[in-house]
Structure formats: C-alpha cells, structure tokens
Design a binder for this molecule. Structure first.
Ligand code: V1P
Ligand code: CA
Ligand code: ZN
Length: 373
C-alpha cells in the first residue's frame, strides 16, 4: 500500500511568535517549511487543517492546573511579579515569558491532539504537526524551549483507543519529558536517539530503561558528535525493527527534531536531509498509523528543507520532488545552490573511532525479550 491519507496541521499565526532577540528557537521556521510545502504543490494532496487551539483543560490531562493557569496568565510584563511569589515554572533564559506564549502553546498542542484524534477516528493514516514535538516540557515546569508537552498530550489521546503506542525521538537532545511521563507505563514505549555527554539535558543513558511495570519500556541510544547517515541507520534500523517486532505498537509517534542535521546551530550530528528522512520512510512502510512532529532545529533553512521533504515522504511522492527548488517567498534564503538538500560535512564521526556505536548496538540487541502485555 503506497497511498496514505495524510492530515497536515498548520496555523498561519504560528510563524509570528518570537522567543526574543538572540533566542535560537524560531517559530518562523514553521512558516518557511509551509512555504516550501506550498511551492512543491503538496497542499492539494493532503487534508490541510488549522488546529483547534488546545484549552487549559486539555493541557491539564498532563500538566498541573497550577502550571497551566500560570502559563495562561504570564506575560513579559508580569513574569517577574509572578516568579517573585515563589513560582519556579519558568527557569532561566531557555524559557522566556514571551508575548503570546500561551497562544503559541495552544497551537502547538492543538495540532498534536487534533492529529491524534484524526488517527484514532480512522480519518487519516498519517498526521503531521511541525509546530509540535516539544519533548522537554514537564508536568509542572517548562524546560529547554518547551512549555507544554504536546507529545505527551497526543500519546494520552492515542491511548484512549489503542493498547500500545511507540514514541521515537530523533532530535539531537534526549526526549526526557516524554520518557519521564511514561517511565512506569508498559503501554508506551519511548525510544530516544541523542547526543550524550556534557550536553543538555544530561539524561538518557543506556541503563535508563523504565521502572516498575514500565521496566524495559524506555530505550535510550546515547551517541557522540558527528554521527553520519550510515552510522545512524546502522543503529536506528535494527533497534526500531526489534521494538516493532516485540512491542507491536498500534501507533507510532515520531519526533523529527531537525537539530540532528549537519550544520545545526545547536546540534552536533552530521545527518543529511536524506539520512534524517530515512527514519520517516522506514516508519511509513511499516503500515502502522503514524504521527510526525517537529521539535528542535536551529539552522532555519535546513529545518524547512527537511520537514518539507519529510512531508513529501509522508505522501509517498519524494521521488517526484525536484531537488532544484521552485520559486517561493523565501527563495533567497536557499542560495547559493537553491536546492532541496542538506549535505553531510567532513567532521569526524566519534561514534566509530572508539567502537562506541558497536557497543550501543550490541548492548541493546542482547537484552532479554520484552514480553507483550
Ligand atoms: O544548556 C542549557 C541550559 C541553560 N543552562 C543553565 C543549561 N540549555 C540549552 C537548551 C537546549 C534546548 C534544546 C531543545 C530541543 O531539544 C527541543 C525543542 O531542541 C541551551 C543552549 C544549548 N546550546 O544547548 N539554551 C541555549 N543554548 C540558549 C542560547 C541563547 C539564548 C537562550 C538559550
Ligand atoms: Ca532524541
Ligand atoms: Zn533538540
């Protein structure tokens, strides 16, 4: 089956929010992505939906009422007053109280919850929300540019219908918020690939595997700088193939954080656009309902290229995509080559040098069989 129904969630307002001058997270990248998706004439090939904004009640399915209420009230002007009374919901420069922060969160979460609903109702096979994937947000605290955990909210929605959900995270950072939310749960398996060692948020060793009933249902693949397409694929495919075989998920949520691409401003991996998108292609061909979410990604033009190409992969039309970019509103950003590509660079792959990738793969593939529940 090569044809899939695809639902694409996009709000024309999302690109106008800003975390502030000098902050690496730029919601504008979602608008640039949408411009490429439009220029490549993908819109008529899928259901394009404006997400219903998530209400405070919907957010409280995971977050505390107190935290959601705080987010709903906070503004650049009130941030200091609110924190003065002992609230520690927003900490440091990573999570500023920017203008419209709650509205931004309600768009991001609304797309992911809406996408999950559309999957469980059977109306779509694949749901895309590039404004989602904010994997660090905690139950009662913002973290690492993330305020509301749209992923946890989407998975909770999927669990109302499905017995088992698999979460996969290819962002360069550890998917700690999602892992923590389901750490003792055997109906959600989480699997994060990330840079580990003197890197935010500092969690996600291979020994962290879940607790209680959830033991064996958290998988971590710690990596070093410079991982290439070939190295990444050599661990992604066997790990995910084994999980699919033993866990048999009813749906898969893939966080497509694009800071794992070569040349990212914060990331330190060396994946090409094709290497990154291979993960989407691999999961699409499994024939399991699939959600594609955004996440990190700080070199805006490469984020847009990759998420636009991954939208084409969801539609199964990637072979018809002309690598020479059509004219679009942001055309000059894509010079000097004006191509839909992100290429590997010549940095060293530290995962190969000391055999650490071999070890990671061996350790995972030799763990005992995880029983189906
Ligand atoms: O390293 C830290 C914190 C701040 N220190 C006290 C430790 N924060 C990182 C956060 C990275 C978040 C990644 C989010 C995602 O996984 C999902 C959306 O991609 C950080 C970094 C950095 N280079 O790691 N914050 C900043 N840079 C930063 C720079 C300028 C202004 C504000 C934040
Ligand atoms: Ca990750
Ligand atoms: Zn990241």
């Amino acid at each position: 089956m090569s044809k899939r129904k695809v639902a694409y969630y996009y709000d024309t307002d999302v690109g106008s929010f800003t975390y502030g001058l000098g902050h690496p997270m730029k919601p504008h990248r979602i608008r640039v992505t949408h411009e490429l998706v439009t220029a490549y004439e993908m819109l008529p090939k899928m259901h394009v939906l404006r997400p219903k904004r998530a209400s405070p009640e919907a957010m409280s399915a995971f977050h505390t009422d107190e935290y959601v209420h705080f987010l709903n009230r906070v503004s650049p002007e009130t941030a200091e007053d609110l924190t003065y009374h002992g609230t520690r919901f927003l900490v440091g420069e990573d999570n500023p109280a920017f203008e419209g922060v709650f509205e931004f969160c309600s768009i991001s979460a609304g797309g992911s919850i809406g996408g999950a609903n559309r999957i469980t109702s059977g109306a779509t096979d694949i749901a895309i929300n590039w404004a989602g994937g904010l994997h660090h947000a905690k139950k009662r605290e913002a973290s690492g540019f993330c305020y509301i955990n749209d992923i946890v909210l989407a998975i909770l929605e999927l669990l109302r219908t499905y017995p088992r959900v698999l979460y996969i995270d290819i962002d360069c950072h550890h998917g700690d918020g999602v892992e923590e939310a389901f750490y003792t749960n055997d109906r959600v398996m989480t699997c994060s690939f990330h840079k580990f060692g003197e890197y935010f948020p500092g969690t996600g060793t291979q020994e962290d595997k879940g607790r209680g009933k959830g033991k064996g249902y958290a998988v971590n693949v710690p990596l070093k700088d410079g991982i290439t397409d070939e190295s990444f694929q050599s661990v992604f495919e066997p790990v995910i193939a084994k999980i699919l075989e033993v866990f048999q998920p009813s749906a898969v949520v893939l966080q497509c954080g694009a800071d794992s691409l070569a040349g990212d401003k914060l990331g330190c991996f060396n994946l090409s656009m094709h290497g990154h998108s291979h993960c989407v292609q691999f999961l699409r061909k499994q024939n399991i309902p699939l959600m594609l979410l955004g996440g990190g990604g700080y070199t805006v033009k490469n984020v847009a290229r990759t998420w636009a190409y991954e939208t084409a992969c969801a539609l199964g039309i990637e072979n018809d995509i002309d690598p020479i970019m059509p004219w679009n509103q942001y055309f000059e950003w894509f010079g000097p080559r004006y191509r839909l590509e992100v290429v590997e660079n010549n940095m060293d792959d530290l995962n190969i040098k000391d055999g650490s990738l071999e070890k990671v793969r061996y350790v995972f593939l030799s763990v005992p069989y995880i029983p189906l529940n």
